[in-house]
Design a protein around this ligand. Structure first.
Ligand SMILES: NC(=O)c1ccc[n+]([C@@H]2O[C@H](COP(=O)([O-])OP(=O)(O)OC[C@H]3O[C@@H](n4cnc5c(N)ncnc54)[C@H](OP(=O)(O)O)[C@@H]3O)[C@@H](O)[C@H]2O)c1
Length: 337
């Protein structure tokens, strides 16, 4: 059995991880932390069957686990990763603290990094792309929820040299759980219900440099994104509409073939047939990322639509998938494909 600890277990991604581990035959949850609810049983805090008593983060027996999951905000995660690694635990960080490989970029978009010396040892945890490195890593930087769909869609096309132009437009919509458990004025039910809004448009959301970092690595040349996220009046799910220019010689069947070649052996990436477009219903409550394609009306112009569940493939599901790879387990254990 793999012994796991969850820090930040009373948040949305922590809750999702506990539900995955309830279904996982090879995992024993050794501890789950919450500063707010320390001393309380999980099932007394939330209506759920998880029978574990939450402990304060500073009481976490990090040396007793094989792997610590950090379901905690950026900034806090980096320090916790340092402590977990020092105690001998491997670490999957769901925050952004180790996603950006360039320290200056992290500091431009986030804040001073608490433990910059750990950045070089982190592996970006997009399992389908970095599986071999993830298997041997002690520190995983789980991808952001918005980047995963566009990155999985674009990786095979960039690798094939089919993507043209200077920038890619990504128009993404997320359910409100993407903002975490604590409501703000903009994420409060009264602001979101029966409403729909864009936020942090163009190149102002922190996931823009993360997407650019990865696209640039896949293509071997710099890529720029215009990225505008939106807040949907639903609890979970991300639908991304991606406007991309491809080599005009590429037919729709060729793009779909590139995706099939890359992902037919993957348990969690599903390619829809020509004529179908991804919806949230294709992926919510699963660890799936769904890819679909439509012509944009001019030669070489295409619209890609991807969907995933921000709390599963966009967070806790990807984290558990990475853990399965790190410990040589069946990659699908605990996960719905
Ligand atoms: N929500 C998503 O869809 C999503 C997707 C991908 C990645 N992420 C990332 O995953 C992380 C967790 O997200 P979330 O949505 O689960 O957030 P959340 O609902 O706000 O939960 C975060 C939890 O972290 C705990 N916490 C805060 N500061 C802490 C500290 N200094 N030390 C220990 N625990 C601390 C808090 O619990 P207590 O108050 O009980 O201590 C809180 O419940 C974030 O970094 C987020 O950016 C989220």
């Amino acid at each position: 059995m793999v012994k796991v600890g969850i820090l930040g277990a009373a948040g949305y991604t922590g809750f999702e991880l506990l539900s995955i581990f309830e279904r996982h035959s090879e995992v024993e949850v050794t501890f789950a932390t919450s500063g707010t609810y320390a001393g309380q049983r999980y099932s007394d805090v939330y209506p759920c069957p998880y029978d574990i008593t939450l402990i304060a983060p500073k009481e976490a027996p990090l040396g007793d686990v094989d792997v610590a999951f950090l379901c905690t905000p950026h900034g806090a995660s980096a320090r916790l990763a340092q402590q977990a690694l020092a105690a001998g635990a491997r670490c999957v960080d769901l925050s952004a603290d180790f996603r950006l490989r360039d320290l200056a970029t992290y500091q431009e978009w986030y804040a001073a990094h608490p433990v910059p010396e750990l950045i070089p040892q982190a592996v970006y945890g997009l399992t389908e792309i970095y599986r071999d490195q993830i298997a041997g890593a002690d520190l995983i930087a789980n991808p952001g929820c918005y980047p995963t769909g566009p990155l999985l869609a674009l990786h095979p096309l960039l690798k094939a040299g089919a993507v043209q132009g200077e920038r890619i437009i990504i128009d993404a919509k997320s359910g409100v759980s993407g903002a975490g458990a604590k409501p703000t004025t903009t994420t409060h039910f009264c602001s979101v219900h029966d409403n729909f809004s864009a936020y942090k448009p163009g190149h102002t959301h922190r996931h823009a440099p993360e997407i650019e970092q990865e696209l640039t690595a896949y293509a071997g040349q710099p890529w720029r994104v215009v990225f505008t996220p939106h807040l949907l009046p639903v609890s979970r799910g991300i639908l991304s509409t991606i406007y991309v220019s491809l080599d005009p010689a590429w037919e729709q069947a060729q793009v779909l073939d590139a995706w099939h070649n890359a992902y037919d052996a993957e348990p969690f990436v599903h390619v829809l047939p020509e004529g179908q477009l991804a919806t949230l219903a294709h992926s919510v409550n699963t660890n799936r990322c769904v890819l679909s394609l439509a012509p944009a009306g001019a030669p070489g112009e295409w619209i890609i639509v991807t969907s995933l569940d921000n709390l599963v493939k966009g967070a806790a599901g990807a984290a558990a998938q990475n853990m399965n790879v790190m410990f040589g387990l069946d990659e699908t254990l605990g996960l719905v494909s």
